[in-house]
Design a protein around this ligand. Structure first.
Ligand SMILES: Cc1cc2nc3c(=O)[nH]c(=O)nc-3n(C[C@H](O)[C@H](O)[C@H](O)COP(=O)(O)O)c2cc1C
Length: 186
């Protein structure tokens, strides 16, 4: 089966969840194309359950930073936070599965790949206080936050504290295809 070198998009290979963000702002044009990429994602029966709450004003970001977990303090340097939220019943109803999370996930990957395409870094997270983030941003009670994506230019690793720097050095590993692919039968 296909090697990574044959990957159709180099963005797929280049993407990684980095933490050393520069505070350099992102142009509105770039941000617009990132959000367009998100909205292009497929969704079951075209439900498009996703909502993108974009935080970029310094005072709003500062408030939102209070909701981050300690382990995600690196996110405070990123100039953009995109909260991806959906109503739990807004996805398609097939199989009784929570398809709103599928919509969120697919839109998120598009956002990550378009960010990489523009030379940016984008990091999805789950480490934050959902209620606090909803309070700060006014997201209605019936919506769930699926992820918060930090987006920005990459900076030197030296800007990170030692613990976060160590996490960066760990890199990533993936299960081999032999463990996860079931050809013709399980
Ligand atoms: C739903 C989701 C939640 C995540 N939450 C966090 C998080 O809270 N903090 C963090 O540092 N990374 C988080 N990550 C990033 C993962 O740790 C990362 O994707 C994984 O280790 C693989 O590394 P890579 O993205 O660099 O390939 C999250 C990723 C996903 C998809």
């Amino acid at each position: 089966m296909g090697e990574e070198t044959n990957m159709i998009l180099h963005e797929i290979v280049k993407r990684r969840s980095g933490r050393a963000f520069s505070q350099k702002p992102i142009s509105d044009e770039m941000l617009g194309s990132i959000l367009q990429a998100g909205r292009r994602a497929p969704s079951c029966a075209n439900t498009q359950a996703w909502n993108f709450i974009v935080l970029k004003s310094p005072d709003v970001l500062e408030k939102a930073h209070e909701a981050l977990s300690r382990g995600n303090a690196w996110g405070k340097r990123a100039p953009i936070m995109v909260i991806v939220a959906a109503k739990e019943n807004a996805g398609c109803g097939a199989h009784g599965l929570p398809y709103f999370m599928m919509d969120i996930g697919l839109a998120t990957e598009n956002i990550l790949l378009q960010s990489v395409h523009l030379g940016l870094m984008a990091h999805p997270t789950a480490g934050w206080d959902e209620e606090r983030l909803k309070e700060i941003t006014g997201i209605p009670e019936e919506y769930r936050i699926g992820t918060v994506i930090f987006i920005g230019y990459e900076d030197d690793l030296d800007k990170l504290d030692e613990r976060t720097k160590e996490k960066e050095k760990m890199g990533f590993s993936r299960k081999p295809l032999s463990e996860i692919v079931h050809l013709d039968k399980w």
